[in-house]
Design a protein. Structure first.
Length: 285
């Protein structure tokens, strides 16, 4: 299979690097300089999404926002205008379930196989090839691409028709919102109590409070490292989608609403390009 990948951000870059260990990959990114790392590892460059789509059997996409996804797929020179029967279109962006359904509907009309496959595991999981993939679409299409997913993940979970992968990712992001807020408040409290923060983290991670956020981002906070494993602005985007979907379903998610308010405050303060762990800056600057 000829593999094309659009989007060479923090996560996309590491996924591409893992794919390159097994086969050739052609890439496109709006800013070519941001694709330098994967090109140094052997990825080939395409000048446009249209060109990449026409020459690929499988097109992976992983971009920033639903508006980027919509433009990429539905634009005049986008993916759906250049797809062909039998092609696999796989959107790994965390995006709107409704948009995933729309892409699947239009792609299927043209004979393409469409999957929405957002991932979890952060930059570390992407680098190690241990991501969790949440899949929506046709099960038979997942079965065909399973060997590709296994090149950069340790868990691939199928949830149902188009949009189901995105809904599973929303549940994931809601859970992470809680642990990010909990981690931030725990560190703020421990610091105010003049406790040894290294010892606090070690203790919490050895008991019932153990969680991915604390284990992954706690050490970075103590090292004053706010480089993004996942951008705060992108997490805010995810939380807004979760709130929108929850409203459609008629359910209340007060913790997610509070997390959204805090991340809005963080992004508005100019920290949108920091990692999600920058949330603690709202308390200690």
């Amino acid at each position: 299979m000829k593999i094309g990948f659009i989007g060479t951000g923090v996560m996309g870059t590491e996924i591409i690097n893992n794919l390159l260990k097994h086969q050739e990959v052609t890439v496109y990114n709006r800013t070519k300089a941001h694709a330098a790392a994967v090109m140094e590892n052997g990825a080939k460059w395409c000048d446009t999404p249209a060109e990449l789509t026409r020459q690929s059997d499988v097109v992976f996409t992983m971009v920033g926002f639903p508006t980027d996804v919509e433009e990429l797929y539905f634009g005049e020179n986008g993916i759906l205008a250049n797809t062909h029967a039998g092609q696999y279109l796989v959107d790994m962006t965390t995006s709107k379930p409704s948009l995933a359904k729309q892409i699947a509907k239009e792609g299927t009309k043209q004979g393409a196989h469409v999957l929405d496959t957002p991932v979890s595991g952060g930059d570390i999981g992407a680098k190690k090839g241990t991501l969790t993939v949440m899949v929506g679409g046709q099960k038979k299409d997942l079965n065909t691409l399973q060997p590709l997913f296994e090149q950069f993940s340790s868990s691939v979970q199928y949830f149902g028709d188009a949009g189901s992968g995105q809904n599973a990712k929303m549940a994931n992001q809601i859970m992470i919102a809680g642990t990010m807020l909990g981690m931030s408040e725990a560190l703020v409290y421990a610091k105010a109590a003049q406790l040894d923060l290294q010892e606090v983290m070690k203790t919490l991670q050895s008991g019932a409070a153990e969680n991915f956020s604390l284990g992954t981002y706690g050490p970075r906070i103590l090292e004053d490292d706010y480089t993004p494993g996942f951008f705060a602005k992108h997490f805010l985007k995810d939380l807004r989608i979760a709130l929108e979907e929850a409203q459609k379903m008629g359910i209340k998610v007060p913790m997610t609403r509070e997390a959204t308010r805090l991340y809005e405050k963080l992004v508005n303060a100019g920290y949108g390009n920091d990692g999600t762990q920058a949330l603690v800056k709202l308390w200690w600057g």
